[in-house]
Ligand binder design. Structure first.
Ligand SMILES: [Mg+2]
Length: 231
């Protein structure tokens, strides 16, 4: 019998991180200033800079370590490993306090596993941060992060890597994510069943092919799976 696999995005799909990395960078800025560096502008300006930096990193333009080095050196601190280690440690430590699982995330994951589904996570970001967020949402399985893969969603190679880890063909994977372009269009182009998680009531972008499945909450995805998932 063909196995069914259900894989998830992390941010805004399994959990909300409440701008954890933005806050970690602003805490890093405080440390840089303590040690003789200077901010580039007001706190509001710095928030904009941090969000732009994180957007570039999430798009694969730089690694998180490179982003930290660039950030501290632009503010007059030495771009050495001390700040990189500090940033990583702060971000990881903040997970427990900042990351809130979406309602029924652990229960849905458990129900899938009870039904015999394989489960996985594919996320744009860096490990172990993304892995720790997924664990916080009750996900016990493999967590593939783009920084380790060297490619970001919606690149088809990221979804191929996911199917390889799950050990099933792409057409046996239901991929659940909140981002229409990255998650839904990406997984569909890779030959997977795309499930758009519309938990935040955002309109689906015009010009994109409508999603095959729409779930208003995580437990709704259980209804989309074929009966073979139970075997
Ligand atoms: Mg997301």
């Amino acid at each position: 019998m063909k196995r069914v696999a259900v894989a998830f995005d992390v941010d805004h799909t399994l959990a909300i991180d409440n701008k954890l990395e933005r806050v970690a960078f602003l805490r890093l800025l405080a440390r840089v200033v303590d040690e003789g560096g200077a901010p580039l502008g007001t706190l509001a300006d710095e928030t904009v800079h941090v969000d732009e930096l994180l957007a570039r990193q999430r798009a694969g333009a730089c690694s998180i370590d490179e982003a930290v080095r660039a950030f501290v050196s632009e503010r007059g601190a030495p771009a050495d490993e001390t700040y990189v280690r500090l940033y990583r440690a702060m971000a990881l430590e903040m997970v427990e306090q900042f990351v809130v699982p979406l309602p029924y995330a652990p229960q849905t994951i458990e129900a899938l596993r009870e039904r015999g589904c394989l489960t996985g996570v594919l996320t744009n970001g860096w490990n172990p941060l993304q892995e720790r967020k997924a664990r916080r949402a009750g996900f016990p399985g493999p967590v593939l992060a783009s920084a380790d893969l060297g490619v970001q969603k919606p690149d088809g190679r990221a979804f191929e890597a996911l199917a390889a880890v799950l050990g099933v063909p792409a057409e046996s994977v239901w991929y659940v994510g909140d981002d229409p372009r990255i998650d839904v269009a990406g997984s569909r182009a890779a030959g997977m069943h795309a499930v758009w998680l519309d938990a935040e009531g955002t309109p689906y972008p015009a010009g994109l092919e409508p999603p095959e499945y729409v779930a208003g909450s995580l437990p709704e995805i259980l209804a989309f799976l074929p009966e073979t998932a139970a075997t």
